[in-house]
Design a protein around this ligand. Structure first.
Ligand code: MG
Length: 367
């Protein structure tokens, strides 16, 4: 199953709804309106084609594509497409001095996804079955309806629609310059949705320790399910202190790259809920390893969006944990995600079950 051809693309897709968080805003402080999607197609000499991709909001997309095209493609040609572990290590070590985290790791994830897609197509099995078939579906929570620029009535409208679809709960952003604004908004959302609805909040690394501690104590009173990314992602000691001082679970991981960074957090007791982003973490191969670390440490895993591929790991190796409904790249794929009664299922197809049609490539391609 030698790799015969590697093709790369860069797409730029409009977000279905603009986003704004405590750490990300667009031009002139307004919402972010587009997502970048570097894509790789890996084709074997027998004509089996695997699809992989990465994502970014505010930068690095051209550089990620360049790593795929200039650095990784020559290393892949002629290799056995089934050797995902060997190839992961090879790519990791080749660019270690400029990689390990960030856009190099995201390019590596794209390669890894494509190799798993090929493996599934050759085996004629969906990837989640190859990984372990832990379950057939995963509950979904709504996460694209709570951005910082939205009013409380706007958020409630979106959240109620999610709940009417049977979703498990909702997540909203916090992280205004004045944290009292956030606490008031969470209080109003709690009041609007009632005491029994599952609500999580996400600060996107906005605060320092004293602010996060103060906000966290308020969130505990409002029965918030988790406090996501309260502090800068490099601050392991700060998170450990916060996790010790607060009862509300600390959730993080979307900005960490590779199992090594997760291991450091777990060893320091600095995270309660582990949230790898399948792209930033280094792909399916690496995310499965992170899930094993979390399992050994008895910490739940809640995958960070990228739901079209997260569903394969969520159903492949995790027996609990939700899918974050964030349809940012859904428009790229030929078929919509399968979500029924608040649960998502992997596509009933071999591999990742995803395809990008030629007209979509033509429409969103960045040259
Ligand atoms: Mg987050």
């Amino acid at each position: 199953m030698r790799i015969a051809e590697v093709q790369t693309e860069l797409l730029r897709l409009p977000l279905p709804r603009p986003m704004m968080s405590g750490s990300s805003s667009g031009a002139k402080g307004g919402p972010v309106t587009h997502i970048n999607m570097p894509v790789i197609f890996i084709t074997t000499e027998d004509g089996v084609r695997g699809l992989g991709y990465a994502w970014s909001l505010l930068g690095g997309a051209n550089a990620t594509r360049s790593v795929l095209r200039e650095d990784f493609a020559p290393l892949l040609i002629g290799e056995d497409a089934l050797d995902h572990e060997r190839l992961w290590q090879r790519l990791y070590r080749r660019l270690q001095s400029v990689g390990r985290h960030g856009l190099v790791m995201q390019a590596q994830a794209a390669v890894d996804l494509a190799l798993w897609d090929i493996k599934g197509k050759i085996a004629n099995l969906p990837v989640y079955k190859l990984l372990g078939g832990a379950r057939e579906r995963a509950p979904v929570y709504g996460s694209d309806g709570g951005w910082l620029y939205m009013s409380v009535p706007q958020m409630l409208t979106e959240f109620e629609a999610y709940l009417e679809q049977g979703m498990a709960g909702v997540k909203m952003k916090i992280g205004h310059d004045d944290p009292a604004v956030d606490v008031a908004r969470v209080r109003e959302v709690r009041k609007g949705l009632g005491d029994n609805v599952w609500i999580a909040v996400d600060a996107n690394q906005k605060w320092d320790y004293p602010t996060a501690l103060r906000v966290g104590r308020e969130l505990e009173q409002l029965n918030v399910a988790w406090f996501e990314e309260p502090l800068l992602c490099e601050d392991i000691a700060g998170h450990a202190r916060l996790a010790s001082d607060l009862d509300i679970p600390i959730a993080l991981g979307e900005t960490l790259g590779s199992r090594f960074e997760f291991d450091a957090y777990l060893r320091a007791d600095a995270v309660d809920i582990v949230q790898p982003d399948i792209i930033r973490a280094g792909g399916i191969t690496e995310t499965v390893k992170i899930a094993t670390l979390a399992d050994a440490a008895q910490r739940p895993v809640e995958l960070h969006h990228m739901m079209e591929v997260s569903i394969q790991v969520a159903c492949g190796v995790l027996q609990s944990g939700k899918i974050e409904f964030m349809p940012w790249i859904t428009a790229a794929f030929a078929e919509p995600a399968i979500i029924e009664d608040g649960y998502m299922r992997p596509p009933p197809k071999a591999g990742l079950g995803l395809d990008i049609a030629d007209d979509i490539l033509a429409r969103y391609r960045v040259e």
